[in-house]
Ligand binder design. Sequence first.
Ligand code: GDP
Ligand code: MN
Length: 395
Amino acid sequence: MRLYEYEAKKLFTQFGIPVTSGEVVERKEQAKAFVERLDKPVVLKAQILSGGRGKAGGVKFARSAKEAEEKAGELFGAKIKGFPVKKILVDQKLEIEKEFYLGVTLDRVNYKLVMLACSEGGVEIEEIARKDPQKIKKISVEVDQTFHSFQGNALAAWLGARGDNLKTVGKIAVSLFKLFKQYDAKLAEINPLILTKDGKYVAADARMSVDDDALFRHPELAEMGIEKRHEEGEMTEREKQAREWEIPYLDLDGDIGMFPGGAGFGIMGNDFIHYFGGRPANFMDSGGGPTPERLAKMLILLDENPNVKAIFGARFGGISRCDDFAKGVVMFLKEHGLSKPMVLRMTGNMWQEGVKIFKEEKKRNPDIFKNIEIHGIETPIEEISKRAVELEKKA
Ligand code: GDP
Ligand code: MN
């Protein structure tokens, strides 16, 4: 579960990591009132569950209460990186001398924890890691060990801090590591850690993600108002609907609706579509012997998605047989109908019967098959994938 910046900053404060004490607002008038009281230039930051807000227009500055109100209004009316802005963190604007990066995360390859630091903060660390990996200092720590203050100080020295600053930055690194472990985090990141013109270090941004499976160990998070949110903030309406129907489903940004068999077949189908130049609109898993009702719901998700131009259906009959699958789809076609073109292929258990059910129904009810092409094992999956891309281009 990802935390909002203002939530992560609450935890930072607990662990003695310096942050500016800003205010979270939900209306532009509140931003105005806060800046009137503060009477200093501010930064207004959209609270969304995504980084990269700066580049996407989610971070704005204001010198007066009136300007803060205006900028807050703009943010509330905007979607930043696809997220509607419901909360804004208004913070005193820091005068930047220099920006750094500090982060703790899991090194999944080596089964270790890793402290990361970089003397170029504020920018996307992933990009530096790609272009100039030597600019990032990495210190591995065994999962059952702590990050010691001597390591923190060494890291601070590497970042160029001297004298009292060395201890200050060292402490921040140690605290970040403690915080990471205390809350079973997957990521705890300060980007940027700002050295202000008047010589103070302040965490200007806070990013944290905690392990969902360890949330039960941290009732104190809920007490602080950090509720388990199933990442709802970042779920689309369709994903919420799918969750309610217990269908594993994810929206993607393409326009070919994916109606596959199990998860593996679904992933492979998405690869095929990409290979032939198309872009899937979703990932979906229908495995585990879906009932006709469930199949109908899956098709409703695709048919009612305005982004979907064509549907790719690929069924591999295993425990759930193709004839049952065909019956379910036919039921959907009769009751609901399909408005998008679909190409459908069945292989595996009882695929011939599945194809037969479709063919016979088509004779009785040609109208409901207007948009559908049915194939069996004789048509390779590559052909089906290409066909789906063709249908999408024609639509
Ligand atoms: P992100 O883009 O989502 O990571 O959002 P950040 O909170 O990191 O803000 C993006 C950038 O805005 C930072 O890298 C800073 O350069 C700048 N920024 C954020 N807060 C302040 C601030 O208080 N003062 C100044 N001058 N710049 C800030
Ligand atoms: Mn940032």
